[in-house]
Design a protein around this ligand. Sequence first.
Ligand SMILES: Cc1cc2nc3c(=O)[nH]c(=O)nc-3n(C[C@H](O)[C@H](O)[C@H](O)COP(=O)(O)OP(=O)(O)OC[C@H]3O[C@@H](n4cnc5c(N)ncnc54)[C@H](O)[C@@H]3O)c2cc1C
Length: 449
Amino acid sequence: MSVGVVLFTRDLRLHDNPVLWHAVHSHERVVPVFVLDAAILSGGFNRPNRAAFLADCLRDLNASLRARGAGLIIRGGDVVAETAKLARRVRADAVHVAGDVSGYAQRREQRLTAELECELVVHEDALFAVPPGRIRPSGGAGHMSVFAAYYRRWRTEPRRDPLLAPRHIALPDAVARGRVPSARGICPGPVAPRLPQGGESAGRARLAAWLRTAARGYDEVHDDLAADATSRLSPYLHFGCLSPVEILARQCVTEGFARQVAWRDFHAQVLSARPDLTAVELRPRGDRWRHAPDEFAAWQQGRTGLPVVDAGMRQLAAEGWLHNRARLIVAHFLTKTLYLDWRLGAAHFADLLVDGDVANNTLNWQWVAGTGTDSRFNRTYNITGQARRYDPDGNYVRRHVPELRGIPGPAVHEPWRLPAEQRAALDYPEPIVDVAEGNARFLRARRKR
Ligand SMILES: Cc1cc2nc3c(=O)[nH]c(=O)nc-3n(C[C@H](O)[C@H](O)[C@H](O)COP(=O)(O)OP(=O)(O)OC[C@H]3O[C@@H](n4cnc5c(N)ncnc54)[C@H](O)[C@@H]3O)c2cc1C
């Protein structure tokens, strides 16, 4: 009797999961396992928001596997040692796992290859629409570093067909299941009050609702902060509750949306080739970042006196999620207007984001800071101009900054222009920086290098 182990990592779904599908079609018995990895749990990336989402994912996956005759086997400890022990115990012929890109995931795969007594089958096509390494620069080595060139090739790259969820999964006899952990068991601490629910079922429901209502209009409204009309699928993509291949196969997905998913693949292939970029700059500009703990704290708390920045930072605190345009604005404000190190911002985002993802977080921060793949690396924004363009009526700001709710229309973006008496009654700070001066300081610093 052939036995396969499916090591779930961040492919927490049954539909269109090549890891599970191939295991079920290659072995008579299959052992689906998730290891609460001690190295991840004790590291800096284990945070309450993602822990709560992960606990939902595991509960949902367990229920779906049980409905198909199996159930999720839970283990805790060293992921490689636990997997090897389980594989020995069930006399597995192979362990199946998704190919992944971070330095940690790459080391995990190397250790699995070295320490397993059976075959390791790595499915490179489980987490990305176009897996890293498929599109290479003309010389053949390394990674693509210009998004436009990558995207031209990404668009025409053949994609596999989505796979069905298995109907039945047969476990070998007498495998101890273990308990699905609670959120607090994974990481204690306060969770954002409006965190989305995790899991494949919630992800599929979100996808279906978005396809029905907003997907067709994505290209026109995705940058409108108040419309909130993007898919909000990022945490489901991060944890693999949804497959990008399956989403892109849906008919009403637009070109503009596909382009955003291509950014995800782009960053994955950069990190896969350069795992050190979580800390190291891709293109160092000789920055001597300022040291200003009070300004950084004001940014974190959404008390900078710049309404659109504060709205973004408060949305992040309340939801563990942030609109892409708001991410660009708050990250620009931190790295260019305040000229503080992007690593501080990336760490704060990683603390709170439910979709916090090593590749997308650090490489987007580097892009904004001009140390990454942006060819216009010294571009600066007028923050109020951005606010007026992407939140023309001021509704996004009023939604997230209650102190400013009484100010109608776009005037909410510039409370410093209100008469002094009205301003004094607001309980809202004066801007911590003059944006034009801050941007000019950044440009001066960059030109000196
Ligand atoms: C400073 C900064 C930090 C970021 N950190 C993360 C992060 O940790 N995790 C993360 O998933 N995204 C990150 N992003 C990218 C982007 O902001 C989010 O993916 C997006 O806002 C999620 O919302 P959505 O699902 O509604 O996106 P949609 O607009 O509906 O896009 C669909 C999908 O495309 C992908 N996508 C969209 N924009 C990007 C992008 N710029 N880079 C990579 N993938 C993208 C996401 O998977 C997203 O779910 C960051 C962007 C910036 C500027």
